[in-house]
Design a binder for this molecule. Structure first.
Ligand code: FES
Ligand code: FES
Length: 186
């Protein structure tokens, strides 16, 4: 597997690494054990991605890697030298929100907001999974033709926990965005 621009430095167990994050190539020197989450937050100051459990259980750290959602706390940064990484900072800005960010605001889909960037990154990849015909655990049609109703959304988003229990409005925001997206692409 290709690992990008890695080169060992004199400091043992450190690597010079370049990551492509939100379309920009970023250089950093890190301990080989640094997770992608810590590389983003501590080394690249992209603190929109949150650390909840640091154990793959809450989804707060969800980012997109080559368009797929991953828990960045469970992946080493040095594995991603050749990947395209997108964080919440790469989806929208306060001046130009991503439509799903706008849908979360419209639906009041958060309280403290700690889980929100993970919810949004996860939902974007989830909708691509639906488009690709991936069934979920609750899909009746395994050929990927199930309707994306709230039951499906809840199951497909079950890896993203919300300690404020804003789930009804998170689902509402995702449903609204998914509907607009369908109309746009129809
Ligand atoms: Fe990564 Fe909780 S911080 S899953
Ligand atoms: Fe507070 Fe989800 S809005 S954890």
């Amino acid at each position: 597997m290709g690992r990008g621009n890695l080169s060992w430095t004199k400091a043992e167990a450190h690597v010079d690494l370049a990551l492509t994050v939100n379309g920009a190539r970023r250089s950093l020197t890190i301990d080989t054990r640094v997770t992608l989450l810590d590389a983003l937050r501590e080394h690249l100051q992209l603190t929109g991605t949150k650390k909840g459990c640091d154990h793959g259980q809450c989804g707060a750290c969800t980012v997109l890697v080559n368009g797929r959602r991953i828990n960045s706390c469970l992946s080493l940064a040095m594995m991603h030298g050749v990947d395209e990484i997108v964080t919440i900072e790469g989806l929208g800005t306060p001046e130009a929100l991503h439509p799903l960010q706008a849908a979360f605001i419209e639906a009041d889909g958060f309280q403290c907001g700690y889980c929100t960037s993970g919810q949004i990154c996860s939902a974007i990849a989830m909708l691509d999974e639906v488009d690709a015909g991936w069934p979920s655990h609750v899909s009746e049609d395994l050929d990927g033709h199930s309707t994306l109703d709230s039951h499906e959304i809840r199951e497909r988003m079950s890896g993203n926990l919300c300690r404020c229990a804003a789930y009804p409005r998170i689902v509402e925001a995702i449903e609204a965005y998914a509907g607009d997206r369908r109309e746009t692409t129809a």
